[in-house]
Write a protein that binds this ligand. Sequence first.
Ligand SMILES: [Zn+2]
Length: 341
Amino acid sequence: MKKIFFAASMLVLISCGTNRDLSLKYASTITAEELKTHLFIYASDEHEGRETGSPGQKKAVEYLKKFYVKEGIASPLGGDNYFQEVPASFIRTFPRGRKLNDSENVLAFIKGSEKPNEIVVVSSHLDHIGMTQDGKINNGADDDGSGTVALLEIAQAFRQAEKKGHGPKRSLLFLHVTGEERGLIGSDYYAQNPVFPLENTVTDLNIDMIGRVDPKHKENTNYLYLVGSDKLSTELHDLSEAINKKYTNFEFDYLYNDEAHPSRIYYRSDHYNFAKHNIPVIFYFNGIHEDYHRPSDTPDKINYELLEKRTKLVFHTAWEVANRKDRIIVDKAVKKEEKSE
Ligand SMILES: [Zn+2]
């Protein structure tokens, strides 16, 4: 009897697998090769630098939509509408800026099996800065082609898990926002017109530039800048650190986490539009390099092994936030931006 019971419980253990095994199993579907294939298309000349509202940007979003349709990952907007329209009237024009056309955010969704109303957002920006005045294409492979293709691979990993009966407990929203380069427009629009109530939005993991190495880390490339993780939730910060120790062992650099840092990175990417609504965020970033916002930010310069490992870190973190028993707790007050410009 005892023996049979032991055998039976072993069988249960083996068939379910531990949470760690599962996270590792599905993370293994994220590969340098697939990231590279996506990025050489997404950051190709055909997309003309993905200026917000431009024909090149419109082609780029079709690529994202086609991917989600092929993978069988639904849109939260229903049917085959993966685009949240961001009207030109919302896209602020700058004193010297050109008027930009209507644009769109791209949304894909995997419904949670136990707490479907709690939403974990993984985000990156789909746009870039278009062409130079003398007609050169800013491919934006790192900025933010790297984050964009990371999202595709993370979504695919969660979808594979779902197909095998290991879908996330909480829902996942894959949010590709437009207009980041023109002032965080797409994420601002989403936060003002959320598809799911912001009070049910648990966390935003935002990725902007994770495929390169900055001058400070030329010697030790096993690093990543993290920004914002401890600003609203001690729990999220501790979880993020623990996940890194368990799976990836990056050297986390918190230089830009200081709000007083002159670069003011905490306020400069899309996560801030979630943070200001009291939603805990982590921003993943490789720092500024010599090809930043230049036509030389091309896909051949990406370190794909590093991109794979960084993408896996975000996947494991999202897996934990989505599958842990309790929702991440906000235990700190939101810090509002002090306008210094
Ligand atoms: Zn960017």
